[in-house]
Design a protein around this ligand. Structure first.
Ligand code: MTE
Ligand code: HPA
Ligand code: MOS
Length: 752
């Protein structure tokens, strides 16, 4: 099935928040935020702003009728600052006016007073001062210290991976209208409609049933709207609640860049131990996560870093610890991979370090340590249906790794200005929310009396085409034409208590719930058909809009069947619930079976560096990816290519820069570079792994949203290898992104 949004997107007809036709008397809000990163004794003078013609109200913390608290995991974040400021970009007031233009004018008239406090911007500074969000988490397996003493080779080093701006095309925004009896309808660009509903109810001091959240689609989320779509929705809810008029708030790009959190930068130290056969026997890491000024999702992200700290490798003795370090930056948040990429970057750095010191290709160490069937992940889960080796072997068949390496060596011998480098990047990513209780979903299906169908689930469409996948599930079970099926908006009144669209698990969770609902309806319809045709229910089949008795087509079609069922007073609506079976995790022991399954893959990345300029290109990326049995290869290939580009951006050019005052310097699209059509790989070949798939995945089609981002990590090491080919003195720094500036310095650095 073609992506059902394709036509609407191309014709510019798809609706996003800023496309909603506002009602008469709608107001517009802008956020007044802090220009300094840390202070107390805050006082605001809003009188001049309040006086400007066209301004309805300037809302501050003390106007909030409920709790001034938007924290999810921890209750540590104010919607609007009270006495203290914790980061630049922290919302201090909401200006509501007749137009956005007037609101912006008024915003300039607000005066602030405060007492400045010292600023911390890096995880390491916070760690030294023991400035944490919450207590550290640590996972272990085996006996690490003892194992290190027996290792032939032991290496250690430090790594840094930078943050990353989500840069969803649609910025954060929401629109609120007051309904009768104090109820509020919120249209929000959020991955988590229930999160928005719950927190808005808390801020207004009303029960959740007074708030209805509706989501048509997002112009991208990438994790940036899992938690951080909430404040803006709460703000319009608050303004509507106070002013009795509809209110719209859509951040402009500059405000969005400044006010929202990003991927967490990590500073880490590792120690890796290998035996003489290059088997990794021991691995130890300390991760310092730069969480920013409040918890947001940091504790959950830190946890996933630990889960993925060993990537696709079996290591018998492992100890990892992660500190969520509290700094004066905007609270960092979910970003495709959810801490997994940061974990994988460190183990890949450790392997690259060992490879450099031992003078062997890193891929030989990687390959020697790949996870095997029935190995145990260091958090206790048995590895089943492992595809680590299979993806590697199929990649090697498609493009002989050894031969590529020899060709690159030959190229490097005969070329001076250009050098090539390659790297292999295996991935292994666990599917399920690491927080077990979040793994559930519901679907509500109405068959209307004319035979058309309306489908609601908890899934949010954000470009990943989950709506198309939902339609495919219903189409397959009902066996009717797709034009009879419609995906409704995601709405908390139709489907309640949803987990956010995240963790790549949305199609699995909502798809399985939808499947149950459709199957229940089919069962009822078969009963009607059997009665109508006077045959046994087991002989009835629904095939391509028709009722069959065994393999014989009858005169009864879908539409007639539905109409008959309606007249027989059969319920044509079904609501179903799905909760992932088997999974569990014991946070006391830090052991369990947290994931429904794992997604695997292996990529080979080839790059060329211009050794005069420090610029580079990615020549090609070959990937064997474990889709299971993909239910929509077009969509899934799009996910792999998009995620790869995003991973490459993170590793190469996307350089978040804050100065020591906590000011975001990379605050425009001219100072923050993301990959474009010129910087993606010149050639990308994605080969689906031949496999039977996994029953825990919807229709055996494995989750695909996040895992392929991590193929991009290989680019860092491919570039480092190219630099090394030019400059034998080059010492790889494990400090990403590998910008052209860093490449140039690497090309010409000398051993001191
Ligand atoms: N693809 C597009 N086009 N836009 C997005 O915002 N988000 C990613 C991924 N792919 C995203 C995307 C992230 S962070 C996740 S968790 C998954 O999609 C979520 O959707 P899924 O669970 O349906 O895969
Ligand atoms: N992944 C993504 N989002 C989440 C998770 C997770 O594991 N847990 C809570 N939110
Ligand atoms: Mo994705 S980071 O789980 O929204």
């Amino acid at each position: 099935m073609k992506n059902i949004d394709a036509n609407g997107h191309v014709r510019g007809e798809s609706l996003f928040i800023d496309d909603i036709l506002t009602k008469q008397h709608s107001l517009h809000a802008v956020v007044f935020c802090s220009d300094i990163a840390h202070a107390n004794n805050l006082s605001l003078d809003i009188s001049k702003a309040q006086e400007l013609t066209g301004v309805e109200k300037v809302i501050v913390a003390k106007d909030i009728p409920g709790e001034n608290q938007i924290g999810g995991i921890l209750l540590d974040e104010h919607l609007l600052a009270e006495d203290e400021i914790h980061f630049q970009g922290m919302p201090l007031a909401i200006v509501v006016a007749e137009s956005q233009f007037i609101a912006k004018q008024a915003r300039k008239l607000i005066k602030v007073n405060y007492n400045e406090l010292p600023i911390i911007t890096t995880a390491k500074q916070a760690h030294i001062k023991k400035h944490y969000i919450n207590p550290a988490r640590s996972f272990q397996a085996g006996k690490v210290n003892e194992a290190f003493t027996k290792c032939k080779y032991v290496f250690s080093d430090e790594t840094f991976s930078n943050g990353q701006e989500h840069l969803y095309l649609e910025t954060q925004g929401a629109y609120a209208e007051k309904m009768e009896n104090g109820c509020i309808k919120l249209m929000s660009s959020t991955q988590g409609p229930t999160v928005v509903q719950r927190i808005a109810a808390r801020v207004l001091g009303v029960p959740m049933h007074k708030i209805e959240v509706d989501v048509t689609r997002l112009g991208g989320g990438f994790g940036g709207k899992e938690d951080q779509a909430t404040p803006w929705a709460c703000m319009v809810a608050l303004a509507t609640h106070m002013l009795n008029k509809p209110v719209k708030l859509v951040l402009d790009r500059h405000d969005d860049l400044k006010m929202t959190g990003k991927r967490h930068p990590y500073e880490s130290t590792f120690k890796i131990g290998l035996d003489e056969g290059f088997k990794i026997k021991a691995f130890e890491v300390e991760f310092l996560q730069n969480s920013g000024a409040a918890a947001d999702l940091s504790p959950a992200i830190a946890e996933r870093t630990l889960f993925h700290a060993t990537n696709s490798y079996f290591i018998p003795n492992v100890k990892t610890i992660v500190h969520s370090c509290k700094t004066n930056l905007p609270p960092n948040t979910a970003f495709r991979g959810f801490g997994g990429p940061q974990g994988k970057y460190v183990i890949e750095s450790a392997i690259a370090k060992a490879a450099t010191e031992l003078n062997v290709p890193a891929w030989k160490i990687q390959q020697a340590n790949l996870l095997q069937e029935n190995d145990k992940f260091y958090y206790g889960q048995k590895a089943e249906k492992v595809e680590a080796n299979n993806t590697w072997i199929q990649l090697d068949k498609a493009i002989n790794i050894n031969q590529v390496e020899q060709e690159i060596q030959a190229f490097n011998v005969s070329n001076q200005q250009h050098k090539k480098g390659m790297a292999v990047m295996p991935i292994c990513f666990g599917i399920s929310f690491t927080n077990t209780p979040m793994n559930h979903a519901r679907a509500l299906v109405h068959i209307y009396q004319d035979g058309s169908v309306g489908i609601s689930t908890g899934a949010v469409e954000m470009g990943q085409s989950v709506n198309t996948k939902m339609l495919q599930v219903a189409q397959q079970i009902f066996s009717i034409n797709a034009d009879l099926l419609k995906l409704e908006t995601t709405n908390t009144t139709r489907v309640a208590n949803t987990s956010p669209t995240a963790a790549s698990a949305t199609a699995d969770l909502n798809g399985k719930a939808l499947m149950k609902a459709c199957n229940a309806l089919v069962k009822r319809l078969k009963y009607v058909a059997a009665e109508e045709l006077s045959v046994g229910i087991d002989t009835i089949k629904l095939i391509n809009n028709w009722v069959y008795i065994n393999n014989e087509k009858t005169a009864l079609n879908w539409k007639e069947l539905i109409f008959k069922a309606f007249w027989k007073r059969i319920c044509l609506t079904e609501n179903a619930h799905y909760a992932t079976p088997i999974i569990n995790f014991d946070k006391g022991k830090e052991k369990g079976h947290p994931f429904a399954y794992h997604v695997y893959g292996t990529a080979l990345i080839q790059t060329t560096v211009d050794c005069l300029r420090g610029t580079y290109q990615i020549d090609r990326v070959d990937i064997v990816h474990d889709f299971g049995k993909s239910m929509n290869l077009g969509v899934d290939l799009g996910q792999v290519e998009g995620a790869l580009a995003q991973g490459v951006g993170w590793m190469t050019m996307e350089e978040i820069a804050y100065n020591d005052d906590g000011r975001l310097l990379s605050n425009t699209l001219s100072t923050y570079k993301i990959p474009d059509v010129f910087s993606v790989a010149k050639e990308i070949r994605v080969i689906p792994l031949e496999t039977e798939g996994n029953d825990m995945a919807i229709l055996k089609s494995k989750a695909v949203g996040e895992p392929p981002l991590m193929y991009g990590i290989g680019v860092y090491f491919a570039l480092a290898n190219a630099i090394k080919a030019f400059n034998p003195d080059y010492k790889i720094k494990f400090h990403s992104p590998m910008t052209p500036e860093k490449v140039l310095m690497g090309l010409y650095e000398e051993t001191t």
